[in-house]
Design a protein around this ligand. Sequence first.
Ligand code: GLU
Length: 453
Amino acid sequence: MPKKVAKKPLKKFHTRFTDEDPSVYKEPAPLNAKSSGVEKENPLESMMERFDKAAEILGLEQGIYQYLKTPVKCVIVSVPVTMDDGRIEIFDGYRVVHNDILGPSKGGIRYAPDVNLDEVKALAAWMTWKCAVIDIPFGGAKGGVTCDPRKLSQRELEMITRRYTANMLDVFGPDRDIPAPDVNTNEQVMAWVLDTYSMHRRRTEPGVVTGKPLILGGSKGRREATGRGVMHATLSGLEKLRISPNKATVAVEGFGNVGSISAASLYEQGAKIIAISDVTGGYYNEKGINVEAAIKFSETHGNLLEGFKGGDKITNDEVLTVKCDVLVPAAREDRITDRNAKDIKAKLIVEGANGPTSASADEILDSKGVMVIPDILANAGGVKVSYFEWVQNRMGFYWPLDLVNQRLEQAMKDAFDRVYENGQKHNVSLRLSSYILAIDKVARTLKLRGIYG
Ligand code: GLU
Protein backbone atom coordinates (compact mmCIF):
# COMPACT_ATOMS: atom_id res chain seq x y z
CA MET A 1 0.00 0.00 0.00
CA PRO A 2 1.31 3.43 -0.81
CA LYS A 3 2.22 5.49 2.18
CA LYS A 4 -0.12 8.38 2.94
CA VAL A 5 1.34 11.80 2.53
CA ALA A 6 2.37 13.68 5.61
CA LYS A 7 1.93 17.42 5.33
CA LYS A 8 5.29 19.05 4.75
CA PRO A 9 6.05 22.71 5.40
CA LEU A 10 6.10 24.78 2.25
CA LYS A 11 9.71 25.83 2.68
CA LYS A 12 10.68 22.38 1.42
CA PHE A 13 9.31 23.30 -2.04
CA HIS A 14 12.83 23.61 -3.32
CA THR A 15 14.18 25.53 -6.24
CA ARG A 16 16.89 24.64 -8.70
CA PHE A 17 18.44 27.72 -10.22
CA THR A 18 19.72 26.96 -13.68
CA ASP A 19 20.45 30.54 -14.60
CA GLU A 20 24.16 31.22 -14.93
CA ASP A 21 24.05 34.28 -12.77
CA PRO A 22 21.40 33.92 -10.11
CA SER A 23 23.13 36.58 -8.02
CA VAL A 24 21.15 39.19 -9.95
CA TYR A 25 17.99 37.95 -8.33
CA LYS A 26 16.61 40.13 -5.56
CA GLU A 27 14.38 38.26 -3.13
CA PRO A 28 10.97 39.99 -3.15
CA ALA A 29 9.34 41.03 0.11
CA PRO A 30 7.74 37.98 1.75
CA LEU A 31 4.26 37.54 0.38
CA ASN A 32 2.79 36.88 3.76
CA ALA A 33 3.92 40.22 5.07
CA LYS A 34 1.11 42.46 6.14
CA SER A 35 0.75 45.30 3.69
CA SER A 36 -1.66 48.16 4.23
CA GLY A 37 -3.12 46.28 7.17
CA VAL A 38 -4.36 43.42 4.98
CA GLU A 39 -2.86 39.95 5.23
CA LYS A 40 -1.67 39.06 1.72
CA GLU A 41 -2.11 35.51 0.57
CA ASN A 42 0.55 33.48 -1.18
CA PRO A 43 -0.81 31.74 -4.30
CA LEU A 44 1.85 29.05 -3.94
CA GLU A 45 0.51 28.14 -0.52
CA SER A 46 -3.02 28.04 -1.90
CA MET A 47 -1.90 25.73 -4.70
CA MET A 48 -0.03 23.46 -2.27
CA GLU A 49 -2.93 23.29 0.17
CA ARG A 50 -5.23 21.93 -2.53
CA PHE A 51 -2.47 19.69 -3.91
CA ASP A 52 -1.93 18.21 -0.42
CA LYS A 53 -5.64 17.51 0.02
CA ALA A 54 -5.88 15.75 -3.34
CA ALA A 55 -2.63 13.83 -2.74
CA GLU A 56 -4.02 12.57 0.54
CA ILE A 57 -7.26 11.35 -1.06
CA LEU A 58 -5.22 9.63 -3.80
CA GLY A 59 -2.87 8.11 -1.20
CA LEU A 60 0.08 9.31 -3.26
CA GLU A 61 3.42 7.70 -2.42
CA GLN A 62 5.84 10.00 -0.65
CA GLY A 63 8.39 10.01 -3.51
CA ILE A 64 5.80 10.78 -6.19
CA TYR A 65 4.36 13.47 -3.95
CA GLN A 66 7.79 15.08 -3.60
CA TYR A 67 8.39 14.83 -7.34
CA LEU A 68 5.10 16.45 -8.30
CA LYS A 69 5.35 19.33 -5.90
CA THR A 70 8.85 20.31 -7.02
CA PRO A 71 9.34 22.40 -10.17
CA VAL A 72 11.64 20.78 -12.73
CA LYS A 73 13.36 24.07 -13.48
CA CYS A 74 13.32 27.64 -12.17
CA VAL A 75 15.21 30.10 -14.33
CA ILE A 76 15.75 33.68 -13.20
CA VAL A 77 17.42 36.14 -15.54
CA SER A 78 18.23 39.80 -15.49
CA VAL A 79 16.75 41.72 -18.39
CA PRO A 80 18.78 44.88 -19.04
CA VAL A 81 17.16 47.39 -21.35
CA THR A 82 18.18 50.84 -22.58
CA MET A 83 15.15 52.97 -21.90
CA ASP A 84 13.93 55.75 -24.21
CA ASP A 85 15.66 58.39 -22.07
CA GLY A 86 19.02 56.58 -22.37
CA ARG A 87 19.04 55.08 -18.85
CA ILE A 88 19.78 51.37 -18.46
CA GLU A 89 17.14 49.60 -16.41
CA ILE A 90 17.39 46.01 -15.17
CA PHE A 91 14.19 43.96 -14.98
CA ASP A 92 13.79 40.52 -13.37
CA GLY A 93 12.62 37.74 -15.68
CA TYR A 94 11.35 34.33 -14.65
CA ARG A 95 10.45 31.03 -16.26
CA VAL A 96 9.40 28.10 -14.12
CA VAL A 97 8.86 24.69 -15.70
CA HIS A 98 6.83 22.87 -13.11
CA ASN A 99 6.49 19.53 -14.86
CA ASP A 100 7.11 18.02 -18.30
CA ILE A 101 6.02 14.44 -17.78
CA LEU A 102 3.00 14.67 -20.11
CA GLY A 103 4.89 16.53 -22.84
CA PRO A 104 6.58 19.86 -23.59
CA SER A 105 5.79 22.44 -20.94
CA LYS A 106 3.21 25.10 -21.72
CA GLY A 107 2.16 28.35 -20.16
CA GLY A 108 1.94 32.09 -20.54
CA ILE A 109 4.29 34.97 -19.87
CA ARG A 110 2.99 37.84 -17.74
CA TYR A 111 4.24 41.39 -17.30
CA ALA A 112 3.29 43.11 -14.05
CA PRO A 113 4.97 45.13 -11.29
CA ASP A 114 4.36 42.47 -8.64
CA VAL A 115 5.46 39.36 -10.59
CA ASN A 116 7.67 37.23 -8.30
CA LEU A 117 9.07 33.74 -8.11
CA ASP A 118 6.45 32.25 -5.77
CA GLU A 119 3.64 33.52 -7.98
CA VAL A 120 5.27 32.12 -11.11
CA LYS A 121 5.85 28.75 -9.37
CA ALA A 122 2.18 28.54 -8.41
CA LEU A 123 1.05 29.51 -11.89
CA ALA A 124 3.41 26.96 -13.47
CA ALA A 125 2.00 24.18 -11.28
CA TRP A 126 -1.54 25.23 -12.15
CA MET A 127 -0.60 24.88 -15.83
CA THR A 128 0.49 21.28 -15.19
CA TRP A 129 -2.86 20.46 -13.58
CA LYS A 130 -4.79 22.46 -16.18
CA CYS A 131 -3.21 20.64 -19.14
CA ALA A 132 -3.98 17.32 -17.46
CA VAL A 133 -7.62 18.29 -16.72
CA ILE A 134 -8.29 19.52 -20.27
CA ASP A 135 -6.55 16.48 -21.67
CA ILE A 136 -3.64 17.79 -23.72
CA PRO A 137 -0.15 16.27 -23.95
CA PHE A 138 1.64 19.18 -22.30
CA GLY A 139 3.35 19.84 -19.02
CA GLY A 140 3.09 23.12 -17.13
CA ALA A 141 5.22 26.26 -17.08
CA LYS A 142 4.87 29.99 -16.54
CA GLY A 143 7.00 33.02 -17.10
CA GLY A 144 7.00 36.64 -16.15
CA VAL A 145 8.88 39.89 -16.10
CA THR A 146 8.56 42.30 -13.18
CA CYS A 147 7.71 45.56 -14.94
CA ASP A 148 4.86 48.00 -15.29
CA PRO A 149 3.72 47.84 -18.93
CA ARG A 150 1.61 50.97 -18.48
CA LYS A 151 4.79 52.97 -17.94
CA LEU A 152 6.65 51.48 -20.91
CA SER A 153 6.77 52.64 -24.51
CA GLN A 154 6.19 50.14 -27.31
CA ARG A 155 9.93 50.13 -28.01
CA GLU A 156 10.80 49.44 -24.38
CA LEU A 157 8.24 46.64 -24.26
CA GLU A 158 9.77 45.12 -27.39
CA MET A 159 13.31 45.34 -25.97
CA ILE A 160 12.23 43.70 -22.69
CA THR A 161 10.55 40.92 -24.63
CA ARG A 162 13.49 40.31 -26.95
CA ARG A 163 16.12 40.31 -24.21
CA TYR A 164 13.98 38.08 -21.96
CA THR A 165 13.51 35.66 -24.88
CA ALA A 166 17.21 35.69 -25.76
CA ASN A 167 18.00 34.82 -22.13
CA MET A 168 15.50 31.95 -22.28
CA LEU A 169 16.76 30.43 -25.56
CA ASP A 170 17.81 27.21 -23.84
CA VAL A 171 14.45 26.88 -22.11
CA PHE A 172 11.98 27.66 -24.92
CA GLY A 173 11.40 25.50 -27.99
CA PRO A 174 8.48 23.94 -29.87
CA ASP A 175 9.28 20.56 -28.34
CA ARG A 176 10.53 21.86 -25.00
CA ASP A 177 8.64 24.79 -23.55
CA ILE A 178 6.04 26.87 -25.37
CA PRO A 179 5.00 30.30 -24.07
CA ALA A 180 1.69 32.07 -24.71
CA PRO A 181 0.03 35.34 -23.70
CA ASP A 182 -0.99 35.97 -20.10
CA VAL A 183 -1.63 39.08 -18.00
CA ASN A 184 -0.49 42.20 -19.96
CA THR A 185 1.01 40.27 -22.88
CA ASN A 186 -0.64 39.78 -26.25
CA GLU A 187 -0.23 38.69 -29.87
CA GLN A 188 2.35 41.39 -30.57
CA VAL A 189 4.50 40.24 -27.63
CA MET A 190 4.27 36.66 -28.93
CA ALA A 191 5.36 37.87 -32.41
CA TRP A 192 8.51 39.39 -30.83
CA VAL A 193 9.21 36.16 -28.92
CA LEU A 194 8.81 34.17 -32.15
CA ASP A 195 11.05 36.50 -34.09
CA THR A 196 13.82 36.63 -31.48
CA TYR A 197 13.83 32.86 -31.03
CA SER A 198 13.75 32.31 -34.82
CA MET A 199 16.60 34.76 -35.46
CA HIS A 200 18.84 32.86 -33.06
CA ARG A 201 17.81 29.47 -34.46
CA ARG A 202 18.31 30.68 -38.07
CA ARG A 203 14.86 29.46 -39.10
CA THR A 204 11.30 30.53 -38.49
CA GLU A 205 9.76 28.47 -35.71
CA PRO A 206 6.02 29.21 -35.53
CA GLY A 207 5.47 26.44 -32.97
CA VAL A 208 7.66 28.10 -30.32
CA VAL A 209 4.76 30.26 -29.11
CA THR A 210 0.99 30.15 -29.25
CA GLY A 211 -1.43 33.04 -29.17
CA LYS A 212 0.53 34.70 -31.98
CA PRO A 213 -1.03 36.78 -34.78
CA LEU A 214 -2.93 34.77 -37.41
CA ILE A 215 -0.59 35.91 -40.15
CA LEU A 216 2.35 34.34 -38.27
CA GLY A 217 0.64 30.98 -37.85
CA GLY A 218 -1.79 31.77 -35.05
CA SER A 219 -5.01 29.85 -34.73
CA LYS A 220 -8.42 31.22 -35.51
CA GLY A 221 -10.33 31.53 -32.26
CA ARG A 222 -7.27 31.53 -29.96
CA ARG A 223 -7.75 35.10 -28.76
CA GLU A 224 -11.32 34.40 -27.69
CA ALA A 225 -10.70 30.83 -26.50
CA THR A 226 -10.29 31.42 -22.76
CA GLY A 227 -13.40 33.61 -22.57
CA ARG A 228 -15.44 31.23 -24.71
CA GLY A 229 -14.27 28.35 -22.53
CA VAL A 230 -15.40 30.28 -19.45
CA MET A 231 -18.79 30.67 -21.12
CA HIS A 232 -19.04 26.90 -21.81
CA ALA A 233 -18.03 26.11 -18.22
CA THR A 234 -20.66 28.59 -16.97
CA LEU A 235 -23.36 26.97 -19.10
CA SER A 236 -22.45 23.53 -17.72
CA GLY A 237 -22.56 24.86 -14.15
CA LEU A 238 -25.87 26.66 -14.70
CA GLU A 239 -27.38 23.48 -16.09
CA LYS A 240 -26.49 21.60 -12.89
CA LEU A 241 -27.99 24.43 -10.83
CA ARG A 242 -31.07 24.44 -13.06
CA ILE A 243 -30.72 28.11 -13.91
CA SER A 244 -31.52 29.07 -17.47
CA PRO A 245 -28.74 31.19 -19.06
CA ASN A 246 -31.17 33.87 -20.18
CA LYS A 247 -32.43 34.25 -16.61
CA ALA A 248 -28.92 34.43 -15.15
CA THR A 249 -27.35 37.61 -13.80
CA VAL A 250 -23.57 37.80 -14.03
CA ALA A 251 -20.79 39.93 -12.49
CA VAL A 252 -17.40 39.87 -14.19
CA GLU A 253 -14.32 41.12 -12.37
CA GLY A 254 -11.57 42.20 -14.78
CA PHE A 255 -12.02 43.45 -18.34
CA GLY A 256 -8.88 42.27 -20.07
CA ASN A 257 -8.90 39.55 -22.71
CA VAL A 258 -10.51 36.91 -20.45
CA GLY A 259 -13.01 39.13 -18.60
CA SER A 260 -14.25 41.03 -21.64
CA ILE A 261 -14.66 37.95 -23.87
CA SER A 262 -16.29 35.96 -21.04
CA ALA A 263 -18.75 38.82 -20.54
CA ALA A 264 -19.38 39.16 -24.28
CA SER A 265 -19.88 35.40 -24.78
CA LEU A 266 -22.28 35.12 -21.84
CA TYR A 267 -24.12 38.23 -23.05
CA GLU A 268 -24.53 36.49 -26.44
CA GLN A 269 -26.03 33.50 -24.62
CA GLY A 270 -28.70 35.79 -23.19
CA ALA A 271 -27.25 36.31 -19.70
CA LYS A 272 -27.61 39.71 -18.07
CA ILE A 273 -24.20 41.19 -17.21
CA ILE A 274 -24.95 43.45 -14.25
CA ALA A 275 -21.42 44.37 -13.17
CA ILE A 276 -17.99 44.66 -14.78
CA SER A 277 -14.72 46.13 -13.58
CA ASP A 278 -11.15 46.95 -14.48
CA VAL A 279 -8.31 48.82 -12.77
CA THR A 280 -10.41 52.00 -12.88
CA GLY A 281 -13.16 50.48 -10.70
CA GLY A 282 -16.50 48.71 -11.02
CA TYR A 283 -19.57 49.57 -13.12
CA TYR A 284 -23.00 48.34 -12.04
CA ASN A 285 -26.29 48.33 -13.91
CA GLU A 286 -29.10 46.18 -12.60
CA LYS A 287 -30.88 46.38 -15.97
CA GLY A 288 -27.82 44.93 -17.66
CA ILE A 289 -24.66 46.39 -19.15
CA ASN A 290 -24.33 46.61 -22.91
CA VAL A 291 -21.12 44.58 -23.14
CA GLU A 292 -20.43 45.41 -26.78
CA ALA A 293 -20.60 49.10 -25.93
CA ALA A 294 -18.29 48.58 -22.93
CA ILE A 295 -15.73 46.76 -25.09
CA LYS A 296 -15.88 49.49 -27.73
CA PHE A 297 -15.52 52.15 -25.04
CA SER A 298 -12.49 50.44 -23.50
CA GLU A 299 -10.84 49.93 -26.90
CA THR A 300 -11.16 53.61 -27.73
CA HIS A 301 -10.08 54.83 -24.27
CA GLY A 302 -6.65 53.27 -23.84
CA ASN A 303 -8.08 49.87 -22.84
CA LEU A 304 -9.70 51.40 -19.77
CA LEU A 305 -13.32 51.75 -18.69
CA GLU A 306 -12.76 55.10 -16.92
CA GLY A 307 -15.66 57.36 -17.90
CA PHE A 308 -17.91 54.51 -19.12
CA LYS A 309 -21.49 55.69 -18.61
CA GLY A 310 -23.28 52.36 -19.03
CA GLY A 311 -23.36 51.68 -15.29
CA ASP A 312 -23.05 53.29 -11.84
CA LYS A 313 -19.56 53.43 -10.39
CA ILE A 314 -18.90 50.91 -7.60
CA THR A 315 -15.65 49.63 -6.11
CA ASN A 316 -13.75 46.60 -7.38
CA ASP A 317 -14.47 44.80 -4.11
CA GLU A 318 -18.20 45.48 -4.47
CA VAL A 319 -18.22 43.80 -7.88
CA LEU A 320 -17.28 40.55 -6.12
CA THR A 321 -20.14 40.75 -3.64
CA VAL A 322 -23.05 42.10 -5.71
CA LYS A 323 -26.21 40.02 -5.76
CA CYS A 324 -25.96 37.87 -8.87
CA ASP A 325 -26.20 34.25 -9.99
CA VAL A 326 -22.74 33.97 -11.51
CA LEU A 327 -19.47 35.62 -10.52
CA VAL A 328 -16.57 35.43 -12.96
CA PRO A 329 -13.36 36.61 -11.29
CA ALA A 330 -11.11 37.26 -14.28
CA ALA A 331 -8.41 39.55 -12.94
CA ARG A 332 -5.62 38.34 -10.68
CA GLU A 333 -4.95 35.98 -7.77
CA ASP A 334 -6.44 36.05 -4.29
CA ARG A 335 -9.40 38.33 -4.89
CA ILE A 336 -11.74 36.04 -2.97
CA THR A 337 -10.29 35.21 0.43
CA ASP A 338 -11.54 34.48 3.95
CA ARG A 339 -12.08 38.24 4.28
CA ASN A 340 -14.86 38.53 1.70
CA ALA A 341 -15.97 34.93 0.94
CA LYS A 342 -18.84 35.14 3.45
CA ASP A 343 -20.22 38.18 1.58
CA ILE A 344 -20.31 36.50 -1.82
CA LYS A 345 -23.89 36.21 -3.04
CA ALA A 346 -23.32 34.36 -6.32
CA LYS A 347 -24.50 30.75 -6.58
CA LEU A 348 -21.83 29.92 -9.12
CA ILE A 349 -18.24 31.15 -9.34
CA VAL A 350 -16.42 30.50 -12.61
CA GLU A 351 -12.72 31.27 -12.28
CA GLY A 352 -11.57 33.07 -15.43
CA ALA A 353 -8.30 34.12 -13.75
CA ASN A 354 -5.71 31.77 -12.32
CA GLY A 355 -5.95 31.48 -8.54
CA PRO A 356 -8.59 34.18 -7.90
CA THR A 357 -9.83 32.28 -4.84
CA SER A 358 -7.36 31.63 -2.06
CA ALA A 359 -7.43 28.32 -0.20
CA SER A 360 -8.59 30.22 2.89
CA ALA A 361 -11.93 30.86 1.14
CA ASP A 362 -12.60 27.29 -0.05
CA GLU A 363 -14.34 26.03 3.06
CA ILE A 364 -16.42 29.18 3.50
CA LEU A 365 -17.70 28.93 -0.08
CA ASP A 366 -18.30 25.17 0.26
CA SER A 367 -20.30 25.64 3.45
CA LYS A 368 -22.40 28.34 1.76
CA GLY A 369 -23.15 25.85 -1.02
CA VAL A 370 -21.54 27.99 -3.74
CA MET A 371 -20.54 25.93 -6.78
CA VAL A 372 -17.00 26.90 -7.79
CA ILE A 373 -15.72 25.89 -11.23
CA PRO A 374 -12.00 26.13 -10.55
CA ASP A 375 -9.44 27.92 -12.71
CA ILE A 376 -7.71 24.75 -13.90
CA LEU A 377 -11.02 23.73 -15.50
CA ALA A 378 -12.85 27.02 -16.12
CA ASN A 379 -10.10 28.86 -17.99
CA ALA A 380 -8.54 25.81 -19.68
CA GLY A 381 -10.09 26.74 -23.04
CA GLY A 382 -7.15 29.05 -23.69
CA VAL A 383 -4.49 26.41 -23.46
CA LYS A 384 -6.72 23.89 -25.27
CA VAL A 385 -6.79 26.14 -28.32
CA SER A 386 -3.06 26.84 -27.81
CA TYR A 387 -2.63 23.10 -28.27
CA PHE A 388 -4.77 23.28 -31.44
CA GLU A 389 -2.54 26.11 -32.66
CA TRP A 390 0.61 24.09 -31.99
CA VAL A 391 -0.88 21.08 -33.82
CA GLN A 392 -1.78 23.29 -36.80
CA ASN A 393 1.79 24.67 -36.84
CA ARG A 394 3.15 21.14 -36.95
CA MET A 395 0.73 20.12 -39.68
CA GLY A 396 1.25 23.32 -41.63
CA PHE A 397 -2.47 23.14 -42.26
CA TYR A 398 -4.95 25.54 -40.71
CA TRP A 399 -8.45 24.91 -39.42
CA PRO A 400 -11.58 26.99 -39.98
CA LEU A 401 -12.97 28.90 -36.98
CA ASP A 402 -16.08 26.78 -36.56
CA LEU A 403 -13.95 23.62 -36.27
CA VAL A 404 -11.77 25.24 -33.58
CA ASN A 405 -14.83 26.44 -31.66
CA GLN A 406 -16.63 23.12 -32.00
CA ARG A 407 -13.61 21.20 -30.66
CA LEU A 408 -13.20 23.72 -27.86
CA GLU A 409 -16.85 23.38 -26.83
CA GLN A 410 -16.64 19.60 -26.84
CA ALA A 411 -13.42 19.64 -24.79
CA MET A 412 -14.89 21.99 -22.17
CA LYS A 413 -18.07 19.93 -21.85
CA ASP A 414 -16.19 16.64 -21.58
CA ALA A 415 -13.78 18.04 -18.99
CA PHE A 416 -16.63 19.49 -16.93
CA ASP A 417 -18.48 16.16 -17.00
CA ARG A 418 -15.38 14.20 -15.97
CA VAL A 419 -14.70 16.60 -13.10
CA TYR A 420 -18.34 16.64 -12.01
CA GLU A 421 -18.70 12.85 -12.00
CA ASN A 422 -15.40 12.39 -10.19
CA GLY A 423 -16.54 14.97 -7.64
CA GLN A 424 -19.73 12.99 -7.01
CA LYS A 425 -17.70 9.79 -6.67
CA HIS A 426 -15.36 11.23 -4.03
CA ASN A 427 -17.95 13.56 -2.56
CA VAL A 428 -15.65 16.54 -2.97
CA SER A 429 -15.85 20.01 -4.52
CA LEU A 430 -15.20 20.54 -8.23
CA ARG A 431 -11.88 22.08 -7.28
CA LEU A 432 -10.67 19.09 -5.36
CA SER A 433 -12.07 16.78 -8.01
CA SER A 434 -10.04 18.60 -10.71
CA TYR A 435 -6.86 18.29 -8.67
CA ILE A 436 -7.51 14.59 -8.04
CA LEU A 437 -8.00 13.86 -11.76
CA ALA A 438 -4.98 15.92 -12.79
CA ILE A 439 -2.56 14.63 -10.16
CA ASP A 440 -3.63 11.05 -10.75
CA LYS A 441 -3.01 11.37 -14.49
CA VAL A 442 0.44 12.92 -14.09
CA ALA A 443 1.38 10.46 -11.32
CA ARG A 444 0.34 7.43 -13.41
CA THR A 445 2.33 8.74 -16.39
CA LEU A 446 5.33 9.35 -14.17
CA LYS A 447 5.17 5.79 -12.84
CA LEU A 448 5.05 4.36 -16.36
CA ARG A 449 7.99 6.44 -17.50
CA GLY A 450 9.89 5.71 -14.30
CA ILE A 451 12.54 7.77 -12.62
CA TYR A 452 15.82 8.16 -14.52
CA GLY A 453 18.14 8.39 -11.59
N1 GLU B 1 -1.96 32.08 -20.02
C1 GLU B 1 -3.02 31.16 -20.31
C2 GLU B 1 -3.33 30.32 -19.09
O1 GLU B 1 -3.04 30.69 -17.98
C3 GLU B 1 -2.74 30.33 -21.55
C4 GLU B 1 -1.55 29.45 -21.49
C5 GLU B 1 -1.21 28.80 -22.84
O2 GLU B 1 -2.01 28.86 -23.74
O3 GLU B 1 -0.12 28.23 -22.91
O4 GLU B 1 -3.94 29.29 -19.19
